[in-house]
Design a protein around this ligand. Structure first.
Ligand code: N01
Length: 536
């Protein structure tokens, strides 16, 4: 007698309970599907659960760095500042989890180690580090883009007698720097936020810089009641307008190329965006990210601002990047450059004298030894592909994602992967993700995935997989678009240059959020063109 294959435990398993996983769960449940979220942390929040370092804030205005799927939520939540600090963002996500009763379907402390597609049963079999085994028809990776911290692989770290921390895995307990000689490695967004705060507390702060960063004043400020009332009144309209822009952000982009403006007009535009603060600087010229001459005008403007803020010309020179601006993410700061005017802050250039080892009492570069009580590693993440590749993901025929992506990520729309049926990636590589307004990008993906699953089920073809041809065409288009930009010009995490041995590929989609959404919508409208749908 034939034994019926047992039904999977859930319709869908979602990995991660950050912005993406929470909303994905909400969508799936509202469709009447059974879903389980597996989260490695002890609470919701994802990025905002782990990144508790001093000074951590979002770099998009809080009012747009938040969900829009529920107007009630949007209207009732009150952000206190233009750029919310980590504790407030975490409170927001906890509020969302409670308000939509999400926690009952989330299991915390569950690190997913394996996900394998069972072809006979037509479902995903998921294993967690603590030995749990679950199955589901669909597996949705809401694992984040910046969620695997780069390990500090410095010789001798285990010998260090003081404390050390990674900004991306900060302890929950308060960390005191009072009276300490602190060293921080890295000068990216995390460090740029942490350095002024740590400097204000530590006895001495030594900053180890490999490449200088461009940074723009955040101009963070409390949001007043009148200002907030105006935002609430225009929320819907601002959200709608943002969806039509390349960045998906509220700020407006200049649609004129630098060469079409007079020197005075360019200066006015640059200065206006500098004064506004925030990432609107990305919109300074239409061609700032594609034309080296336009880029150099913007870069030189930012360099002059560094020279104006840093008193010691030698320190200013070290802090001044020579590279293209924007091909590494521009940082937002509050008093970053001015911090180097403090007598108790030292900048150490390690571009030509790298860190050789960590000693019992500090850090040795090729040039010198530095005595330290505490070390902070703000050295970033194995971005975009790291969160997926650290899970042993096996698709049809037992093929691993690691093997498939050995030369770089290949996806269809950054949402699906040929050979891996019923697997979806929220803001996966080759989607706009980190180059768009992150939360709207997440919502667009979660909604697309939910609609796709609904369509597959309704048409009695629950198995869905990207075709090889569609994936190849998407990757060709993605690479062509990226090749027309300046993103390949930098050694940044956007191209995987910050992780030894990682294939160098522009990972986020560069042709703009609005164009991308249009493509996703067109695919959905044409019976999910580029996917093959079949019965189980
Ligand atoms: O990481 P990063 P991050 N020896 O990779 C240096 C988002 N974010 O955590 O430039 C010495 O940018 C490395 O040097 P180099 C945001 O999207 C947002 O700061 O590679 N140094 C660099 O200086 C951001 O872009 C917010 O030469 C080493 C630094 O460490 C992304 O997260 C806040 C090294 C790493 O910079 C990542 O930011 C924080 C080594 N072996 C983060 N390895 C906001 O919302 C690396 N470095 C504001």
């Amino acid at each position: 007698m034939l034994r019926a294959t047992p039904a999977p435990d859930f319709d869908a398993i979602v990995v991660g309970a950050g912005f993406a996983g929470l909303y994905m769960l909400h969508r799936l449940r509202s469709m009447g599907l059974s879903a389980r979220v597996l989260e490695q942390g002890g609470g919701v929040g994802g990025t905002w659960y782990w990144n508790r370092y001093p000074g951590a804030r979002c770099d998009l205005d809080s009012v747009e760095y938040s969900y829009q799927f529920s107007d009630d939520l949007q209207q009732e939540w009150r952000w206190s500042e233009r750029f919310a600090a980590q504790p407030e963002i975490l409170r927001y996500l906890e509020h969302v989890a409670d308000r939509f009763d999400l926690r009952r379907d989330i299991r915390f402390g569950k690190t997913v180690t394996e996900a394998a597609f069972d072809e006979a049963a037509g479902c995903w079999r998921i294993a967690t580090a603590d030995g749990a085994r679950l199955s589901a028809t669909y597996c949705i990776m809401a694992t984040g883009c910046l969620s695997v911290p780069n390990r500090p692989a410095f010789d001798g770290l285990d010998r260090f007698q003081g404390e050390w921390y990674h900004t991306g895995a900060w302890p929950h307990e308060a960390v005191s720097f009072a009276g300490k000689r602190v060293g921080i490695v890295g000068t990216g967004s995390s460090a740029v936020q942490a350095i002024p705060v740590i400097a204000a507390e530590a006895r001495h702060l030594t900053v180890f810089q490999r490449q200088a960063s461009y940074s723009i004043p955040a101009r963070n400020a409390p949001l007043g009641d009148a200002e907030y009332a105006a935002i609430r009144a225009r929320y819907g309209e601002m959200r709608r307008r943002a969806r039509e822009t390349p960045s998906g952000c509220w700020w407006s982009a200049n649609l004129v190329a630098a060469a079409e403006m007079s020197a005075e007009e360019r200066e006015r535009e640059l200065e206006a965006r500098w004064q506004t603060g925030g990432l609107c600087f990305y919109g300074v010229f239409k061609d700032v990210l594609v034309n080296p001459e336009a880029n150099e005008i913007a870069a030189e403007f930012l360099r002059s601002k560094i020279r104006a803020q840093v008193l010691d010309p030698e320190v200013a020179a070290l802090l001044t990047p020579r590279s293209v601006v924007g091909c590494k993410r521009i940082c937002l700061d509050t008093d970053y450059f001015a911090t180097f005017n403090r007598p108790d802050v030292t900048l150490v250039d390690i571009s030509d004298a790298p860190i050789e080892e960590i000693t019992r009492t500090g850090l040795r570069t090729r040039r010198d030894h530095y005595e330290l009580d505490t070390m902070v590693f703000a050295i970033g993440f194995d971005a975009m592909t790291g969160p997926l590749l650290r899970i042993d993901i096996r698709g049809r025929g037992g093929r691993t994602l690691q093997a498939k992506w050995a030369d770089g990520p290949r996806t269809y729309l950054g949402l699906a992967v040929e050979g891996f049926p019923n697997l979806f990636t929220i803001t996966g590589p080759t989607s706009p993700s980190v180059l768009a307004s992150m939360v709207p990008a997440i919502e667009q993906h979660a909604e697309w995935v939910a609609d796709c699953i609904a369509h597959a089920r309704a048409s009695a073809r629950p198995r869905i997989e990207a075709t090889r041809a569609a994936e190849a065409a998407w990757i060709a288009h993605h690479e062509e678009a990226a090749g027309g930009t300046l993103f390949p010009a930098c050694n940044s995490w956007y191209v995987g240059a910050n992780v030894d041995g990682k294939p160098r590929r522009v990972m986020p989609y560069t042709a703009g959020f609005a164009a991308y959404v249009e493509k996703c919508d067109a695919v959905a409208a044409s019976d999910y063109e580029g996917f093959s749908l079949s019965a189980a």
